[in-house]
Ligand binder design. Structure first.
Ligand SMILES: Nc1nc2c(ncn2[C@@H]2O[C@H](COP(=O)(O)OP(=O)(O)OP(=O)(O)O)[C@@H](O)[C@H]2O)c(=O)[nH]1
Ligand SMILES: [Mg+2]
Length: 655
């Protein structure tokens, strides 16, 4: 796809906007990419572990003077930015109040959200800041400082370093036109907030000079930095300076260099990161001695300058001893290789600047999207393994539900619930016949009762005796009926209990073994429910009417018998006996309904339990969520891949 510059810029802006909206990249990253589109400044960052000589190289290369503080303890504490300016100047940007609040927040962190190291360094910085007089008045200020004073702002022990966010040097040096050079605190600096600043800065730089020393070239720290940070930064070009080469003594630099080249090739093979592989492959390794170069440049200023600086003077003596062939200023400068490094950087600036600057936003958004894909692919992988774990741990609720349904059906079918009613009705029926035969025997007793000869007794006495006899019969009848009904009560009660027990033991035997826990509870509940409904009928059922015995004395034998027969017939008619049993019949029906209702209730409740179990067992829900997530992730991944393919095919027509 060939695009005009405007079209290209628009495409990048559209891609950034879309990526921001889709949350593939964050707003700050989006801003960085957009800022690349509008800059014609090439940013060159000097990065590397501590004490490799980053500041020393910049001193030799840019200042040709001993400007930036350098020492054998971690020195550069502040991002140091060097730009073209008509005047030589230095401006320090002081941290803002918000920055300070953040430091305060981190220093007080008590949980594991921040690393211990970070908390410790925040504490150190905090203490350094609060020890500065009127520090609050300095927040957010940009302050022009005397060149002689900058060590106070850049140096690790500088009085104001803790408050300095960055220091900007301007130099009236035409090589700096369109170029920004940045000196960074060393990676692996014990004060980790400096690492953060450095990493932040990296996302703004186009070219990096990776400074190493001959002893620690291409070690694991370098590889980690390259892979974790540089690969994300969208860096266009890398130069590798192996500084302090003089420290190896007067050996063949070429020979020594080859050993480092071999190491670099090994890293290229080992690195799994295609961006780093490419950056490394395209990068030149240049052995340098920044001290040698600096001494050369300082010699130009006169021997006194050398003598005034004890550290430089020490190196000067050492180099003179080890490299006796170095005599002239040019000898030092040439041998130091600083000019080769300078040429390499200049070449990049003049030849590649346009391409790098043009490429930078494209590269940056591409790298970010590649990282986003990696993160999303990783998320997919994690979600898949979570789903697997969840699946393995889930009891099959649906299966259990099915089995429970079968189980309830057995309950309804095998013990067709109305059979309890029939059993009870049978008992009631047989009780009715018992009552009827009891009635018959009493009636015949009344009828056939041979009373004592009335002539033998006083008439009144006779009457009384007969009356009492028959009344006793009536009472006996009443109490026998009461006891028959009571027996029925007991029979029914035990029939219901038997039925409950038979149901429970049958179901217990037929419970699927993996459901014992759930359905055991069900059975227990069923048993309780049924048991509690039993005793309620007894008092209602035994409501036998009492005989109303007249106390007048007009009775004779015959009238008494007739009278009591009538009472028997009316009090213990079939209708009346049935009446007694109505309550029992009603109970038989109730108990059937009760059984059915309980079974239904418990079935419904159990189903609710299953639903709750589904809820509680968030696994199923979680699986669904995870599956949805994966679907979204995959859609995103595909979409990003399409965008990347499109970005890859871009050629910009600069004519
Ligand atoms: N032998 C030798 N020593 C050097 C050379 N360049 C720098 N050094 C020494 O290495 C130490 C570190 O130099 P710096 O320039 O402060 O290194 P840096 O990478 O900027 O260090 P930080 O800012 O602390 O990360 C100092 O003691 C320098 O004197 C060199 O070319 N040869
Ligand atoms: Mg430094």
């Amino acid at each position: 796809m060939i695009l005009k510059i405007n079209e290209y810029k628009q495409l990048i802006i559209d891609t950034v906007t879309k990526s921001e909206n889709k949350k593939w990249i964050n707003k700050e990253s989006g801003e960085v990419i957009k800022s690349f589109l509008n800059t014609d400044e090439l940013t060159i960052g000097f990065v590397g572990k501590m004490k490799m000589g980053k500041s020393s190289i910049i001193n030799a290369l840019v200042f040709q003077d001993d400007v930036l503080p350098s020492s054998s303890i971690p020195m550069t504490a502040t991002l140091t930015i060097i730009k073209y300016g008509e005047q030589k100047s230095a401006t320090v940007n002081i941290i803002t109040e918000a920055d300070f609040d953040e430091i305060c927040r981190i220093k007080d962190v008590k949980d594991n959200l921040e690393s211990e190291e970070k908390v410790k360094s925040a504490m150190e910085i905090y203490e350094a800041i609060v020890s500065i007089d009127n520090y609050k008045n300095l927040f957010g200020k940009s302050q022009v400082i005397e060149l002689s004073d900058y060590a106070n702002y850049i140096g690790a022990n500088g009085k104001f370093s803790a408050m300095a966010k960055s220091v900007v040097f301007t130099l009236p040096k035409k090589e700096l036109l369109g170029v920004t050079i940045v000196d960074t605190p060393g990676f692996n600096d014990p004060i980790s907030s400096r690492d953060d600043e450095t990493f932040n800065f990296l996302s703004h730089s186009n070219v990096i000079v990776l400074v190493q020393n001959p002893y620690a070239a291409f070690d694991i720290t370098d590889l980690n930095i390259l892979e974790s940070q540089i690969s994300k930064a969208g860096i266009g070009k890398m130069v590798i300076a192996i500084n302090q080469f003089d420290a190896l003594g007067n050996v063949s630099w070429e020979n020594e260099l080859n050993k480092r080249i071999t190491k670099k090739e090994k890293i290229i093979i080992e690195s799994g990161n295609s961006i780093i592989k490419k950056l490394l492959k395209d990068s030149k390794i240049i052995p340098v001695s920044s001290i040698m170069a600096l001494i050369g440049y300082l010699k130009k200023q006169g021997v006194k300058v050398l003598a005034d600086n004890p550290q430089i003077n020490f190196f000067y003596a050492k180099l003179q001893e080890e490299f006796p062939e170095l005599e002239t200023i040019d000898d030092f400068i040439n041998k130091s290789n600083i000019l080769i490094l300078e040429t390499e950087i200049n070449n990049i600036v003049s030849e590649q600047k346009g391409i790098i600057l043009l490429d930078a936003p494209l590269k940056k958004i591409s790298e970010m999207l590649i990282t986003t894909i990696q993160v999303k692919e990783n998320d997919v992988k994690n979600s898949l393994s979570t789903i697997k774990e969840l699946n393995d741990g889930i009891p099959d609720i649906e299966e259990q539900k099915r089995e429970f349904k079968n189980f309830i059906e057995i309950l309804f079918d095998r013990f067709s619930i109305s059979s309890i009613q029939n059993t009870l009705l049978d008992s009631i029926k047989s009780t009715l016949s018992k009552l009827q035969s009891k009635r018959a025997s009493y009636i015949s007793e009344i009828t056939n009762k041979s009373y004592p000869n009335p002539d033998l007794f006083h008439k009144q006495q006779m009457k009384k005796l007969n009356h009492e006899n028959i009344q006793r019969l009536y009472m006996d009848m009443n109490s026998e009926i009461r006891s028959i009904l009571n027996d029925l009560n007991g029979v029914i009660k035990s029939q219901v209990l038997d039925e409950i027990n038979t149901i429970i033991s049958y179901l217990t035997c037929h419970l699927p073994s993996n459901m014992k826990n759930i359905h055991g509870k069900f059975l227990e509940k069923l048993k309780n429910e049924l048991n509690t409904s039993i005793p309620s009928f007894i008092s209602v059922a035994i409501n036998v009417p009492s005989a109303d015995v007249p106390s007048n004395s007009t009775f004779n034998n015959q009238t008494a018998v007739t009278y009591y027969k009538n009472i028997f017939n009316s009090s213990y008619s079939d209708d009346c006996l049935n009446e007694f049993l109505i309550e029992f019949r009603k109970y038989a029906r109730d108990i059937k309904d009760d059984f059915r209702k309980n079974a239904h209730d418990i079935k419904n409740e159990q189903e609710r339990v299953f639903d709750v179990a589904n809820d509680e067992n968030k696994s199923l829900q979680l699986i669904l969520e995870k599956e949805k997530e994966i679907q979204i992730l995959n859609t995103d991944i595909d979409e990003i891949k399409d965008i990347l393919d499109k970005l890859k095919s871009i050629t910009v027509n600069t004519d």
